[in-house]
Write a protein that binds this ligand. Structure first.
Ligand code: HEM
Ligand code: NAG
Ligand code: NAG
Ligand code: MG
Length: 301
């Protein structure tokens, strides 16, 4: 159901795409959907302590700081991530199983069933890439910590605005591409990087607002990136609709359509769906099934 919508929407490529909202899928008896806002984890925030590990991902770091996933950042299994990402951010099960499966490939023992956040800093595979929004390229050193100079480029494009929108989010991506192209002699940018970068932009837009509009408060996004904190104190609440591969795929398409000249390879990419592309990078449905101990099959991946 979910996959079908993504494929159809992207193949049709009529602009702008709208999302026919799929019903959330229950899985494995795990609770899906966000925790009630009275859940103490929303108001509990602890910086990582000694021995704790973090990643190039502001979303996972924030969830660890709130204790929605293990605060030490270690031993993250697929069911643990499904549970924590749904509770804190209403991430759909399909998203977490697929991207969590990609995350497992970063661990020294991918079939061991868990990874640690610091393993995700591995450059160019499976997920980490150049031209991030808030991290410097690996060529310059640390590719995992928040970097104010890089983030200032994001803020400069949004200057004067208090909310996000698809065209501006697309301009930020172009600005970051141009910067890496100009300064990084080892800049790597192809299909894999395109799909993850545009996907991550769709994720910050959707987690900080809803799976459709692309209009989120900029102060919410700044707190997520700058403090690695869910902006509950500013009035943010988790999306009432789940954020799925279908909702992200539609927004990736619309981001690309808003500024297509910067990613010529996008034209080919969008003939296929977001889900299929990421599954392809992982090695296909069979590999994902083995990595996730069969969980991916239960959600139709
Ligand atoms: C199991 C699930 C997830 C995994 C394995 C994962 C992994 C990663 C990795 C490795 C990166 C670094 C890519 C790069 O910029 O070089 C990244 C970036 C990012 N992730 Fe996640 N992530 C997950 C879930 C989430 C969630 C739930 C959010 C929600 C806010 C999120 C938001 C982001 C954003 C916005 C970026 C871009 C950061 C930047 O460009 O500076 N991710 N993720
Ligand atoms: C890893 O987490 C699982 C549950 O998610 C737990 O059963 C196991 O004991 C943990 N292992 C370590 C080494 O912490
Ligand atoms: C999946 O695991 C099974 C059982 O270990 C193995 O026979 C098969 O080759 C694996 N498939 C892939 C694509 O890795
Ligand atoms: Mg990066």
């Amino acid at each position: 159901m979910v996959a079908l919508i993504a494929t159809t929407a992207l193949a049709a490529f009529s602009l702008p795409l709208t999302l026919a909202y799929p019903s959330p899928q229950p899985l494995l008896g795990l609770p899906t959907g966000p925790a009630p806002i009275t859940d103490p984890r929303f108001t509990t925030w602890n910086a990582p302590g000694s021995g704790d590990v973090r990643s190039p991902c502001p979303g996972l770091n924030a969830l660890a700081n709130h204790g929605f996933i293990h605060h030490n950042g270690k031993n993250l299994t697929i069911p643990h991530l499904v549970d924590g990402l749904a509770a804190g951010l209403n991430m759909g099960v399909d998203f977490t199983v697929l991207i969590g499966g990609a995350g497992l490939l970063a661990s020294p023992n991918p079939l061991g069933g868990s990874f640690d956040l610091n393993q995700l800093d591995q450059h160019n595979f499976p997920i980490e890439h150049d031209a991030s929004l808030s991290r410097q390229d690996a060529y310059f050193g640390n590719d995992y910590s928040f970097n104010q100079k890089i983030w200032n480029m994001f803020l400069a494009v949004y200057k004067g605005k208090t909310t996000t929108d698809i065209p501006t989010a697309a301009k930020v991506l172009s600005a970051r591409t141009q910067d890496s192209q100009a300064r990084n002699p080892q800049f790597t940018y192809g299909l894999r990087e395109f799909i993850f970068r545009y996907g991550e932009t769709a994720i910050y837009l959707q987690t900080m607002s809803d799976p459709v509009s692309g209009v989120a408060r900029l102060d919410f996004i700044r707190e997520l990136f700058e403090k690695e904190r869910l902006p509950v104190d500013l009035g943010w609440r988790p999306s009432t609709l789940p954020i799925t591969l279908a909702s992200l795929g539609v927004m990736v398409n619309n981001l690309f359509a808003a500024n297509p000249q910067n990613v010529p390879e996008g034209a080919t990419i969008l003939k296929d769906s977001y889900k299929n592309l990421i599954e392809g990078f992982i090695g296909g449905s069979e590999v994902l099934g083995n990595l996730t101990g069969g969980i991916s099959k239960q959600v139709g991946l």
